[in-house]
Design a protein around this ligand. Structure first.
Ligand code: HEM
Length: 446
């Protein structure tokens, strides 16, 4: 097994494995739509779903973290103040991960939605983040002056992650649990900010990659990038207001929140567009796959922006909420935007490690890239149709039973399973070769 800092690569291999597992659990969950008894006795939907979402979030967090460790140590040549803490961070996450999967698979849960695992496991996760924070700031403050925006994004992302992950568990205090409105507001607020924190890590990675691929530091130092950062921070602190539908608030608060998140996306589209226009063909060739995934992420930002615009129209929102349109929004952002940026990051790292063009010329990954994007579009369109169908059906059959709705939705659900299987195949065509390249490196890095 490798020695020299390959712990950052192991973070990424684990992240890619979590993505593969998430896709498998997602596919199994979708079969339950058409066959409600599917796997019921082995692993019911209320366990499959958290296995799916937890793995999806693990993919984002592990791969963003591994990337940051890699970029600092291998590309920026920053010496970690405490190299051992990085390995300890990895070990803690591996052990906690085993605990989480055990808790979800055995049905021994107890946590709230999206963090369903046994709540005590959050303590080692927080410890891992704290070690990451100490190492990050300890190493960077001394060795790097005048931080470009991505270093700020990563640093603040780590700090906010620690706070909001703790906040998502404040319900353990009875003073909060006993007040329904306070409890539910805090829960959804913390989720919005938790997502905002990982977005700082992921969007920071996107700007870092654009800077490195172009070989031009000005992207990370420009006013527009810093504006993007401050908007992201505002979104993280206040943007959750559009997640708290059930809570009585003034409508304008929700609209300001919507406006901030959408402006953030518009600026991201602008940054990527200008970067793309200013790149030479040679620079694109060297990092072809990373370039492609970044451009894809820009498309998915546009797609989600359009969807969010519709979702923010109050009369439409009333019908959309609780339908698959919201699921299309969550999966559209986590797969389309986050996953594309992270695939770009892994592609960049593999080309940097191998010092050759093998990944860029890999036919399976290239086909996988197109399959992933094409099938994701199909997948999201099916989810949207399912949502629109449900909304219209509910208006027409206000008194009908849930069973009748499920029966009427069967053709759409069958298409959903089909689209999910295609997306699954597309994802694996990218994941498997990437894991192979990384494993080869780890085993040869003696
Ligand atoms: C291989 C294809 C996939 C299929 C078939 C699939 C299927 C599903 C299903 C059936 C649900 C549950 C929806 C419900 O509660 O009714 C779900 C939720 C979710 N999935 Fe996927 N999924 C796939 C891939 C992914 C990937 C790759 C990610 C992220 C990287 C992801 C992120 C999510 C998230 C965040 C939710 C929660 C949605 C919400 O609560 O609004 N999925 N998925």
């Amino acid at each position: 097994m490798g020695s020299k800092n390959s712990f950052s690569i192991i973070f990424i291999i684990l992240g890619l494995s979590a993505l593969g597992f998430a896709a498998l659990m997602g596919l199994l969950s979708s079969i339950v739509y058409i066959q409600p008894d599917f796997l019921k006795d082995i692993i019911p939907f209320n366990q499959l779903r958290p296995l799916h979402t937890t793995s999806a979030v693990s993919w984002i967090i592990l791969t963003a973290t591994g990337g940051i460790y890699y970029y600092l140590t291998k590309v920026e040549k920053v010496k970690l103040l405490f190299p051992l803490l990085g390995k300890l961070h990895l070990s803690i996450f591996i052990l906690t991960g085993i605990g989480i999967y055990f808790s979800l698979a055995s049905g021994n849960m107890g946590g709230r939605e999206y963090l369903e695992y046994f709540p005590i496991l959050t303590i080692p996760i927080l410890l891992g983040w704290a070690l990451f924070g100490v190492n990050y700031f300890g190493s960077m403050v001394k060795q790097v002056e005048k931080w470009p925006v991505y270093f700020w994004m990563w640093g603040t992302g780590i700090i906010f992650m620690i706070y909001h992950l703790s906040e998502a568990h404040f319900w353990i205090f009875s003073s909060i649990r006993s007040d329904f409105i306070k409890d539910i507001s805090l829960q959804w607020k913390s989720y919005g900010s938790f997502v905002g924190s990982w977005n700082l890590l992921v969007y920071g990675t996107a700007i870092y990659l654009m800077t490195k691929i172009k070989g031009d530091d000005s992207i990370g130092r420009g006013k527009i990038s810093f504006f993007f950062y401050f908007l992201g921070l505002t979104n993280l602190m206040f943007g959750w207001a559009h997640h708290t539908y059930i809570i009585p608030t003034q409508p304008w608060i929700r609209y300001v929140a919507y406006a901030v998140s959408m402006t953030e996306w518009i600026i991201f589209i602008h940054i990527v567009y200008h970067w793309k226009k200013s790149l030479s063909v040679e620079k694109i060739k060297i990092n072809q796959m990373a370039y492609r995934f970044l451009i894809a992420s820009d498309f998915w930002v546009f797609f989600n922006l359009t969807l969010a615009l519709f979702m923010s129209i109050p009369s439409l929102n009333y019908y959309m909420h609780g339908t698959h349109i919201t699921v299309a929004h969550s999966m559209g952002t986590t797969i389309g935007i986050n996953t594309s940026i992270l695939f770009a990051s892994v592609s960049y790292i593999i080309s940097d490690l191998l010092k050759n063009n093998k990944l860029n010329n890999n036919k399976i990954v290239t086909i996988g890239y197109y399959a992933f994007n094409g099938t994701l579009l199909l997948f999201l369109l099916v989810l949207l149709s399912s949502g629109v169908f449900k909304a219209l059906w509910m208006v027409e059959h206000a008194n009908a039973s849930f069973g009748a709705l499920q029966e009427a939705s069967l053709p759409i659900y069958i298409t959903f399973v089909f689209a999910g299987s295609a997306l699954f195949a597309g994802l694996f065509m990218v994941i498997v070769p990437m894991v192979k390249y990384l494993l080869n490196f780890v085993y040869s890095d003696k």
